[in-house]
Ligand binder design. Structure first.
Ligand code: NDP
Ligand code: AKG
Length: 426
C-alpha cells in the first residue's frame, strides 16, 4: 500500500499523474521515478565537551538531463532519506516549470542545529561539504539554503569548498553572503516569488490584493518575506505561526514590528499585539489565502476540510498530502503548487550563478525585474495548461515541467518522437 505521508511516494505519484495526463511513454516515468545518485555520509563533529558525535547526511541528485543539479541543504532532526529524495525530484520539476538550465538536487543532515554551538555548527557544515566533494561543484551540483540553513552557513560551505579545491569558486553555492558573490534580492526571492504568484492568482479569480486576508504557517526566511512583500502590495496578514505557536489579528498584524520582534530572537507566539491561537489554527482562520511556509504534510484531508480560504499558496515544499489535495480540489480551492509558488528562490539562485560565471553583478532592481518576468510567465504557462486540460493546478504545473524534460529525453535519444504527442512551449 502507498504511504501517503511518505514524500517520495507522493513525488512519484505526482510525476505519474503528469505522465498520464500528457499521454507520455512509460519510459519517461521509468527514467524519472528514481534519483540518479544518492550519497549518504557520516559526519563526525568534535563537540565542545571534547566528545565526538556523528551526524548522518544525504545528498540526492535527481537528474542532470537539463543541466547541473541544484537545490538546498536542510538541517533538521526529521530529515529522512526518502524526504531528501522527494525534495530532489521536486527541485527538478520546479526548475523545469521555470525553464531554468538545471536538474534537481537536495541535501539534508539529521540534526537539530539549535542544539549545537556556533563552532559545532560550523564544523558540521564544513565536514558535510568535505564529504560530498566528489559529487558537487559549479557545473555538477550547486547547493543553496533550505530549512535551518542560511547565507552565513553558505559562506562557510563555500570557504570549505574553495580550500579543498585551492582556488575561489563562487558559483559552487548560491544564497551566500553578498561580499562572497551572493546576489542582491536572493534573501527575499522565495517570498517575493510567492507573493507574485498570489497576485497572479487573485487577479484571475477577480479578487483584489488590497485588503486581501492572508494566513501564514512558518515565519522563517520564506514566511517572513512573503508577509513583508504581500503587505507592501496591500494585503493584510491576519495570522502567523512558528513551530511553537501562532497569533491572530483580524485587522492585520503589524508586520514590520513582528519582523523586528522575531529578528531579536523572540517567538511569534510571544508577540503581544495580537491574540494567541493554536499553531494549526492558521489553517482554519477566516481569510482569503493560506500560505504553508514550513514543512511537508501539513494540509492533510482533515486539515483541508477546515480551510475557508479560496487560495492555497504552497510556499513550502510538499505541504499538502494526496488526500489534502483531493479535498481542496473538491472544494474548488485554487492551489498554487509548490513547484511554481516557491520557485523564486531557485530562480534568483540561477541569477546568482550566472552573475558568478560572468563576474559581473546586477543591481537589485534588475534582479527583481527579471524574477518578476520569470514568475509571471511561468504562472501564465501553468494557468493556460490548467484551463486547457481542466486538471488540478498541480498536474498542470507538472505537465509543463515533465513535457520539457520529456522533450529533452527525446532529443538525447532516450525516447522516440512518436512518444511525444505534446510539445511544451515557452
Ligand atoms: N529558503 C528558500 O529559499 C526556500 C525554501 N523553501 C521551502 O520553504 C519552507 C520553509 O523554508 P525556510 O523558510 O527557508 O526555512 P526556515 O528554517 O528559515 O524557517 C522555517 C519556519 O517554519 C517554522 N516551522 C517549522 N515547523 C513548523 C510547524 N510544525 N508549524 C509551524 N511552523 C513551523 C519554523 O519555526 P521555528 O523557528 O519555531 O523552528 C520557521 O519559522 C521549506 O519547505 C523549504 O523547503 C522553498 C524554496 C526556497
Ligand atoms: O536556491 C536554490 O538553489 C534551491 C532552493 C531550494 O532548496 C528550493 O527551492 O526548495
Amino acid at each position: 500500500m502507498t504511504d501517503h505521508f511518505n514524500p517520495y511516494e507522493m513525488a512519484k505519484s505526482q510525476l505519474l499523474d503528469a505522465v498520464k495526463a500528457l499521454s507520455l511513454d512509460d519510459r519517461v516515468y521509468e527514467i524519472l521515478k528514481n534519483p540518479m545518485r544518492v550519497m549518504e555520509v557520516s559526519i563526525p563533529v568534535r563537540m565542545n565537551d571534547c566528545s565526538v558525535k556523528t551526524f548522518i547526511g544525504y545528498r540526492s541528485q535527481h537528474t542532470d538531463v537539463m543541466g547541473p543539479t541544484k537545490g538546498g541543504v536542510r538541517f533538521h532532526p526529521g530529515v529522512t532519506l526518502d524526504e531528501v529524495k522527494a525534495l530532489s525530484m521536486w527541485m527538478t520539476f520546479k526548475t523545469q516549470v521555470l525553464g531554468l538550465p538545471y536538474g534537481g538536487a537536495k541535501g539534508g543532515v539529521i540534526v537539530d542545529p539549535k542544539s549545537l554551538t556556533e563552532r559545532e555548527l560550523e564544523e558540521l557544515s564544513r565536514e558535510y561539504i568535505r564529504s560530498l566533494m566528489a559529487i558537487i561543484g559549479p557545473d555538477k551540483d550547486i547547493p543553496a539554503p533550505d530549512v535551518n540553513t542560511n547565507s552565513k552557513l553558505m559562506g562557510l560551505m563555500l570557504d570549505e569548498y574553495d580550500r579543498v579545491r585551492g582556488f575561489n569558486v563562487p558559483g559552487f553555492i548560491t544564497g551566500k553572503p553578498l561580499i562572497l558573490g551572493g546576489s542582491l534580492g536572493r534573501l527575499e526571492a522565495t517570498g517575493r516569488g510567492v507573493a507574485i504568484t498570489i497576485l497572479e492568482a487573485v487577479k484571475r479569480l477577480g479578487l483584489n490584493i488590497e485588503g486581501l486576508k492572508v494566513s501564514i504557517q512558518g515565519f522563517g526566511n520564506v514566511g517572513k518575506y512573503t508577509a513583508k512583500i504581500l503587505v507592501e502590495m496591500g494585503a493584510k496578514i491576519v495570522a502567523v505561526s512558528d513551530s511553537k505557536g501562532a497569533i491572530y489579528k483580524d485587522t492585520g498584524l503589524p508586520i514590520d514590528q513582528l519582523l523586528k520582534f522575531v529578528e531579536e530572537g523572540n517567538r511569534v507566539s510571544d508577540f503581544s499585539e495580537a491574540d494567541r491561537i493554536e499553531a494549526m489554527q492558521v489553517f482554519e482562520v477566516d481569510c482569503d489565502v493560506v500560505v504553508p511556509a514550513a514543512l511537508e504534510n501539513q494540509i492533510t484531508g482533515e486539515v483541508a476540510k477546515k480551510i475557508k480560504a479560496k487560495v492555497i499558496a504552497e510556499a513550502a515544499n510538499g505541504p499538502t498530502t494526496r488526500e489534502g489535495d483531493q479535498v481542496l480540489y473538491e472544494k474548488g480551492i485554487v492551489v498554487i503548487p509548490d513547484i511554481l509558488c516557491n520557485a523564486g528562490g531557485v530562480t534568483v539562485s540561477y541569477f546568482e550563478w550566472v552573475q558568478n560565471k560572468m563576474g559581473y553583478y546586477w543591481k537589485e532592481e534588475e534582479v527583481n525585474n527579471k524574477l518578476q518576468e520569470k514568475m509571471v510567465s511561468s504562472f501564465d504557462n501553468v494557468y493556460k495548461m490548467y484551463e486547457l486540460h481542466d486538471v488540478h493546478m498541480r498536474t498542470a504545473a507538472y505537465m509543463v515541467s515533465v513535457g520539457r524534460i520529456a522533450e529533452a529525453l527525446s532529443a538525447r535519444g532516450w525516447i522516440k518522437e512518436w512518444c511525444m504527442p505534446f510539445k511544451c512551449k515557452e
